[in-house]
Design a protein around this ligand. Structure first.
Ligand code: AMP
Ligand code: MG
Length: 338
């Protein structure tokens, strides 16, 4: 039988390890890119070389994949016509189509016309009428994307948005740089997309905090990870509150064309594949608790997950049994999925 150490005790342990473990001088670096704050930490090896290379790689990917960047592959595709893109963009688009298929369309990059119309990520969000939604929904669906090698074409008025997957892809690319710069241990956090490399101190895994969606400065649970990606999607990350008090969050349900009304507050996917983790975290938020649990049951070898539900539960998969900790008697009740 597994014993849960008290969350506070665990935190104390982390801090004391940091305090006495000066063998490892962890360097940190922060940038703003892809519309979010990104943090990097590393010790051992060429840490400054790693930070520089990671920043360059993220800037390169933003210039390639952002739909709001003039001259990006995605901006060209969204402008219409038959467009020649990089091999890398074509491969990522194909991968995004594969995730759309496997998630039954819950992840769908062609949701962009609705993302634009709701404008939840902009200064001027608005509440669409059912008629507005009905006019845009026919533009959503993988059948509107035509890829032939590196040639891409969308059906008229369609658009794509890689916001649900690009940071996960970037985290995969940056993960490879730890080895290039001979880093001993470190992590990156690209706006909710985390990768942990090596260990915290040569022994203990890195402790990744899963935010409390109802109080995002706080922590709902912690998971010890090494050489893993952990990606969180949640309605609390971006939203706007309408005049009548209704909260509209940023993940669109491609089936309804409206912000997903999920019974989940957040989904964290833990996996060896950061791109997949990013696509799945978005998709499983749309699916809701029951759909997410069912999806995990049929793909249980591909990932672990932590669901935080609106009725106060933390649900986690058996692969995290020895690595997940939470505050006993805190605001959430944790239980394992089977
Ligand atoms: P994430 O934070 O990874 O869950 O991605 C959310 C972002 O992806 C949104 O801000 C939109 O730009 C875009 N998006 C919204 N809904 C979807 C969806 N159902 N499938 C794919 N991308 C989406
Ligand atoms: Mg995502």
């Amino acid at each position: 039988m597994k014993r849960r150490i008290s969350f506070l005790l665990l935190l104390g342990l982390v801090l004391s390890l940091t305090a006495c473990g000066h063998r490892h001088d962890v360097q940190t670096h922060q940038i703003f890119a892809m519309d979010t704050v990104m943090d990097f930490a590393a010790y051992g090896g060429d840490t400054q070389g790693f930070f520089t290379a990671a920043t360059q790689e993220i800037n390169r990917l933003e210039a390639l994949l952002s739909r709001t960047r003039e001259g990006s592959d995605i901006a060209h595709i969204n402008a219409g016509g038959t467009v020649s893109v990089s091999v890398e963009t074509a491969a990522l688009l194909q991968e995004a189509l594969d995730y759309a298929q496997v998630t039954g369309g819950s992840f769908d990059m062609t949701v962009a016309p609705l993302v634009n119309a709701w404008g939840i990520h902009t200064e001027t969000p608005r509440v669409l009428t059912q008629a507005d939604i009905d006019a845009l929904l026919p533009l959503v669906g993988s059948e509107h994307v035509h890829i032939d090698g590196t040639t891409v074409q969308l059906d008229p008025d369609c658009a794509i948005d890689l916001g649900g997957i690009a940071k996960g892809y970037a985290s995969m690319r940056v993960a490879q740089l730890f080895e290039v710069y001979q880093i001993e241990g470190g992590w990156v956090s690209l706006g909710g997309n985390v990768y942990t490399y090596g260990t915290k101190d040569g022994k203990a895994p890195w402790l990744v905090s899963i935010r409390d969606p109802q109080s995002p400065a706080g922590t709902a649970a912690m998971v010890g990870l090494s050489h893993k990606f952990a990606v969180t999607s949640g309605g609390y990350q971006r939203y706007f509150t309408a005049e009548d008090g209704t909260v509209y969050q940023h993940i669109i349900d491609p089936a309804t064309g409206a912000p997903a009304r999920s019974d989940l507050l957040s989904v964290t996917i833990i996996s060896d594949n950061g791109t997949m983790a990013d696509a799945y975290s978005t998709a499983l938020y749309v699916m809701g608790a029951q759909g997410a649990a069912d999806f995990w049951r049929s793909h249980r070898d591909a990932f672990d997950m932590v669901l935080i539900t609106s009725d106060g539960k933390v649900l986690y998969t058996p692969g995290l049994e020895t690595s997940l900790t939470w505050e006993e008697g805190g605001s959430y009740k944790a239980s394992i999925l089977t």
